[in-house]
Ligand binder design. Structure first.
Ligand SMILES: Nc1ncnc2c1ncn2[C@@H]1O[C@H](COP(=O)(O)OP(=O)(O)OP(=O)(O)O)[C@@H](O)[C@H]1O
Ligand SMILES: [Mg+2]
Length: 262
């Protein structure tokens, strides 16, 4: 009797910095793990915010971090996976070493498919794999877009939210045109929303006009508890379960699971 899974692989991407990529990856993944799915987080940002956000700063498997997984030739990446303090939630961590990977990988054959090798070897072990991208459209993010079934785009509700998105949309189009024809947009998520400002409302309206039903109904409010949680190494949804931020990410996870089941 085998319980063979087929993970949905999602890249959390936006080349703009500080829009809530890591916060979204951590909190959605944790909420889905709490709903009894097995979830893997992969940190591909040399800042390692995802790794420290789940309390595993400076930790790695005997075989190393995502840097070794990307630059060596493992046939099976199981050895790079660490358990977290949350049941059903696992991590392939990153640290500063990863900065060098982007340069080293340039000389590799099929350099855009290094991460895909990792995710493909792990797909049968998880229900979801979330890849937390760095704030750039470089080779690491490209690897995530090639490995992923779909991309989840967090958008900070501020004046320049839509600016620069043209670059991301252009990159998605290029990836679809060659390296990953079936790449989809999983959803666009409005983050750090402040309903008291007209600006927040206007940005939300513009984003919905542009991305239509790709935009999640759930909106993530600006919430101080979500900002505090990473310094404690605890996902926001567990740090203060009753906070508005935690509640919103719980609802987002439900929305994602029900969309997937539809
Ligand atoms: N909804 C929120 N309310 C308040 N603070 C938030 C919220 N979401 C994220 N933050 C905080 O804002 C900062 C940026 O968020 P986060 O690290 O998730 O963005 P990012 O897109 O991953 O950034 P980077 O591009 O540097 O990787 C962090 O300090 C985080 O704790
Ligand atoms: Mg981040």
């Amino acid at each position: 009797m085998t319980d063979k899974k087929q993970a949905r692989v999602l890249a959390v991407a936006n080349q703009k910095g500080g829009v809530g990529k890591t916060t979204t990856a951590i909190n959605v993944a944790t909420s889905i793990a709490m709903a009894d799915r097995s979830v893997l987080l992969i940190d591909i940002d040399p800042q390692g915010n995802l790794t420290s956000g789940v309390g595993l700063k400076d930790q790695q498997a005997a075989t190393g971090t995502v840097y070794e997984a990307l630059t060596r030739d493992p046939l099976d990446s199981t050895g790079f996976v660490l358990p977290t303090a949350v049941d059903n939630l696992f991590l392939i961590p990153a640290n500063r070493n990863l900065t060098g990977a982007e340069i080293e990988m340039v000389t590799f054959k099929e350099r855009e498919r290094r991460l895909q090798r990792i995710t493909e070897s792990l797909r049968s072990r998880f229900d979801y794999i979330f890849i937390d991208c760095p704030p750039s459209l470089g080779l690491l993010t490209l690897n995530a877009l090639v490995a992923a079934d779909a991309v989840l785009i967090p958008l900070h509700c501020e004046y320049f939210a839509l600016e620069g998105l043209a670059d991301l949309v252009g990159t998605l189009r290029r990836v679809r045109g060659g390296l990953n024809p079936s790449l989809e947009i999983e959803g666009v998520l409005l983050t750090m929303y402040d309903e008291r400002t007209n600006l927040g409302q206007q940005v939300a309206k513009d984003v919905r006009e542009f991305f239509k039903d790709k935009v999640y109904n759930t909106v993530i409010p600006r919430n101080i508890r979500l900002g505090e949680a990473p310094s404690h190494g605890i996902p926001g949804v567990l740090y203060d379960v009753k906070s508005r931020g935690a509640e919103a990410y719980g609802l987002l996870a439900q929305e994602m699971l029900s969309r997937a089941a539809a």
